[in-house]
Design a protein around this ligand. Structure first.
Ligand code: 9UX
Length: 72
C-alpha cells in the first residue's frame, strides 16, 4: 500500500537544489514518486512503507545538504 508524506525542506534556493533533492529521494528503494517545490520549500513523496520510511527519506534529503522535516 502506498503512503504519501510531505516534508518541509529548507535551504533550497534554486531549481537545481530542488532537482538534487528529488534525485536523492528517487534513488531510495520503495519510492513511487517525488515532487519538490522550491518556492514553497516542500517535497511530496509517494512511497511504499514496506521498503522505505519517513526517516530514511528525511536522511536522504539531509545527506544532500538540506534540512527536512516531516509535516504531513
Ligand atoms: Mo545552485 Mo541551488 O549551487 O543551491 S543548486 S543555488
Amino acid at each position: 500500500e502506498e503512503k504519501v508524506a510531505v516534508f518541509s525542506v529548507s535551504g533550497m534556493t534554486c531549481a537545481a537544489c530542488a532537482g538534487s533533492v528529488e534525485k536523492a529521494v528517487k534513488r531510495l528503494p520503495g519510492i513511487h514518486d517525488a515532487a519538490v517545490d522550491v518556492l514553497w520549500g516542500r517535497a511530496q513523496v509517494v512511497f511504499y512503507p514496506a521498503f522505505v520510511s519517513e526517516n530514511k527519506i528525511t536522511e536522504a534529503i539531509e545527506d544532500v545538504g538540506f534540512e527536512a522535516k516531516l509535516i504531513d
